[in-house]
Design a protein around this ligand. Sequence first.
Ligand code: NAD
Ligand code: TYD
Length: 350
Amino acid sequence: MQKIIITGGAGFIGSHVVRRFVKNYPDYNIINLDKLTYAGNLANLRDIENEPNYRFIKGDIVDTGFISKLFEDEQPDAVIHLAAESHVDRSITNPLEFVMTNVVGTVSLLTAARNSWKGRYNGTRFYHVSTDEVYGSLGETGMFTEETAYDPHSPYSASKASSDHFVRAYYDTYGLNTVISNCSNNYGSYHFPEKLIPLAINNIKQNKPVPVYGKGENVRDWLWVEDHARAIDVIFHKAKAGTTYNIGGHNEWKNIDLIRLLCRILDEKLGRSEGESAKLITFVTDRAGHDLRYAIDATKLKNDLGWTPSITFEEGLEKTVDWYLANEDWLNDVTSGHYQQYYNEQYTDR
Ligand code: NAD
Ligand code: TYD
């Protein structure tokens, strides 16, 4: 039986990856390792938490003593590493936290994996989940390929770029069986409402201002989170050691156009008159160092491993809006901080 530690499994993308692996591979043993920061929420996994092939362990990847003991105790065959501080705006306020979790935490896991696998890398895998933001910002044209030089601008993307370099260094230096994927912006269910799409849906629903940074001209390339989880599944099982894959949906949107689209969808779904929600759009001071445009060329993933997105943006966005409207309790819980208080009472840090 293959034992996989998935880090950050209580977060947005991690919960979709955990769910997919628990459901699709009943003969795998899945351990969700998560610190349960403000972004980690076990309610994201209620539907699978009692499955016999799933276990949750609360812990901090930065705690090297804890991580090395965990690897000794559990003897995992593979790691899928998603745990991270993930929000650019928070990285501007507190860069050091991003260095600790994203850089030190990743090296802590790499070291434990190397010590645990002791150079016998057959049947092992360290899969590092990264972002397209490591490539920096594009002008009006062009796309990021796997060959694009790293040029991060925010403390978040700088910390992710650094972690990618460490993963490659462990492949080059020690021969660790590593794989990296760099994905574009995700959207979908269980997305913490500090990020653009869930924040806009929540604010529109509550008739609160929807903040648009700068002029709303920045472009992001959006991918449905379940398609990202599918890509991770394919890459985990099929990629050669030491390789990198870009993941994206060929789906670029200017922020202002995307927000206007969400306003139109919600006008209809909430029975508002046309144009009512758009009145909530509020232009605010731009983010410092705001990258203009991201766009992913995912040709390598398509050609090598046959992956393409399974649904269109229109379908994905409609599903997403419906999910947030149907899951008011989840949204209220994460915005009220009730669940954080609950976890603080339920779990004590190791
Ligand atoms: P998220 O913020 O929703 O979740 C992060 C998870 O990591 C949370 O459950 C949190 O509790 C956990 N965590 C944080 N610090 C930890 C620590 N020190 N030890 C253990 N667990 C810790 O993030 P997400 O949006 O799901 O992103 C997951 C991964 O995917 C990240 O590595 C991110 O860089 C990458 N990524 C995200 C996107 C995106 O659009 N969200 C796009 C491409 C890549
Ligand atoms: P975000 O969801 O934070 O993802 P990232 O910065 O990692 O791409 O932001 C997506 C885009 O939306 C980005 O260009 C910043 C912008 N944005 C706003 O205009 N208003 C907001 O309230 C937020 C959170 C983001």
